[in-house]
Design a protein around this ligand. Sequence first.
Ligand code: MG
Ligand code: ZN
Length: 226
Amino acid sequence: MIDLAGKQPIVFCDFDGTITDNDNIIAIMRHFDPPGWETTVSQILQRERSIRDGVGELFSLLPTSKRIEITDFAVQQARIREGFTPFLELCREHHIEFFVTSGGIDFFVYPILAPFAIEHDHIYCNGSDFSGERIRITWPHSCDETCTNDCGMCKSRIMRQYPADHYYRIVIGDSVTDLEAAKLADLVFARSHLAEHCLQTNMPYVAYETFHEISDYLRKEVVVER
Ligand code: MG
Ligand code: ZN
């Protein structure tokens, strides 16, 4: 068992590529295929532009007249990673606080998560404005003065609201966008690019492919059975 030293376990879970099997933003772009999206995505991946700047640009390529079409597409193509429901039950049963920290956008994050009855204020994501001709992304959780990453949805800013002396902070993620959060965490569950980064930087992590593995690990190491 891990010694939590009386701290409250709290989970910060990524959305795209973690709760869902795929990245929903990429799926939307690939499907609606607005001219220029691939260049912008590769600039984000090469870190030539920040996530906030790049994602804002991507959605500005899409007309707001396609709102319903885009939302319906996003919801129907999303696949939830195996074991998510029992994992949420484990968190509820053992009073592990659960938060979604997503770099995705409200208009698809909330509908995709609707079947899971997660409290609205436990889901952090970016916002959207469909009042103009093109989709404008709003950034209610952008970086504070302690983060210079221009994240868009700043996961480390959210985590700092739950200080390390009171909380045992658990991060679940899949990509470089989870790296800053992982650096602050007591325990990291990583797959894909995040796992590669952890390996390269000697950051300890637990590998997962489904939420079953995460539940098993928490049951063995964190949860006290009563
Ligand atoms: Mg992700
Ligand atoms: Zn940030």
